[in-house]
Design a protein around this ligand. Structure first.
Ligand code: PLP
Ligand code: SF4
Length: 347
């Protein structure tokens, strides 16, 4: 059952009938796929899967620093559907629909039926024209919403148009489909993802190791076998993955599935999401702890998207301070060393 309403949540035993949830649902769309539903432990009040997808009245509480456009997409949008913040790459947001609706979503004001909708054919033409006429654009990042809700036919059509733009070399997808609706990743979908003839990258969004179900693992394997380069994307979330054990298992899970860890996002200032926020100091301590604990292959970059549209910054704790000739560098156990070393350190 694909749950899209409060009644659906009640029928599935995920929530009690609660008028506050109707108010939440009126603001922020609900979506839980059968795959995700099967992963929720309704008996556990702190279940990390429920926390990600089942709405709560806490979403009605907004704080002063929260904002509808937390990472400033709209300030860098030259035409509908394009966000051009960095010179060499653009976001192309063709759809604002997702198979699931994450309760912490940074674009929660833009996704779903009340959101920005799907680009009309004319808007898509204008977006593709923009990319074609800016030869500094090396990479096109398909995001949304979730671009893999599009049918393989529509995706392939879009890819065919990018195929004709010589300066575009990389097409990257950001998606949650491989974990939340893995059956969509079939042969036709994989062919569509590669239909631009460019190098295809795909960022898999997952936040808890339990999301790596056998079906999800098989979907990721099909993509990797087809030569699609896979990278990871996760959000650091209070009560979901803000402990070393969970983060370590999550990153190892990615690597086991041939997904290269890429970004661990500090949660954005989206409205009604303060119950998910972790302090930056805690995030830095967690990421530092991963360094000694799991393989170098499993290390994500901890990033903050600076509010106002200023882009991403690496916010992992500095391991080195000082200046040329007088550095102090911190090792994975927290010990400080001089660099270059004192001459009497020599063995
Ligand atoms: C996050 C983001 C990107 C991609 O950034 P990378 O660091 O290349 O992953 C590109 N454009 C915008 C507007 C973004 O928000
Ligand atoms: S899949 Fe992405 S865009 Fe969709 S609700 Fe979740 S975080 Fe937001």
């Amino acid at each position: 059952m694909h749950i899209r309403t409060v009644e659906g949540l009640v029928a599935a035993g995920l929530v009690d009938d609660d008028a506050a949830l109707d108010a939440v649902a009126a603001k922020y769309v609900i979506g839980i796929t059968p795959t995700v539903l099967a992963l929720i432990d309704a008996d556990d009040p702190n279940d990390p899967m429920a926390r990600q997808f089942v709405p709560t009245p806490a979403e009605l509480e907004t704080t002063q620093e929260e904002r509808a456009d937390p990472i400033g997409d709209l300030s860098h949008s030259p035409v509908e559907g394009i966000v051009h913040r960095y010179p060499d790459r653009v976001l192309l947001k063709a759809v604002h629909v997702c198979p699931v609706y994450c309760r912490f979503c940074f674009r929660r004001e833009m996704v779903g039926p009340q959101g920005l909708g799907t680009l009309t054919p004319a808007q898509l033409d204008a977006a593709v024209d923009y990319i074609a006429s800016h030869d500094e654009i090396w990479e096109v990042i398909l995001t949304g919403g979730d671009p893999l809700v599009l049918s393989p036919r529509r995706l392939a059509e879009m890819m065919a148009r990018l195929a004709g733009i010589a300066h575009v070399r990389i097409v990257r997808f950001h998606t949650r489909v491989p974990v939340v609706e893995p059956e969509r990743v079939d042969a036709a979908m994989i062919e569509a993802l590669k239909a631009s003839g460019k190098t295809t990258y795909l960022a898999v969004h997952a936040n808890h190791p339990r999301e790596f179900t056998p079906m999800a693992r098989a979907a990721m394997a099909r993509m990797a076998d087809a030569g699609i380069a896979l990278v990871s994307q996760s959000v650091l979330l209070a009560g979901v993955n803000d402990d070393v054990e969970t983060l370590a298992a999550l990153m190892q899970g990615f690597v086991e599935n041939r997904v290269q860890p890429y970004y661990l996002h500090h949660p954005d200032l989206a409205p009604g999401t303060s119950h998910f926020r972790v302090s930056i100091a805690k995030g830095q301590a967690l990421v530092s702890a991963l360094r000694g604990r799991i393989s170098g292959l499993c290390q994500p970059v901890y990033v903050l998207d600076i509010p106002g549209g200023h882009g991403k910054a690496d916010i992992g704790a500095a391991t080195i301070v000082g200046d040329e000739g007088h550095y102090s560098v911190r090792d994975w156990q927290g010990q400080i060393h001089r660099y270059p070393p004192e001459t009497d350190d020599k063995v």
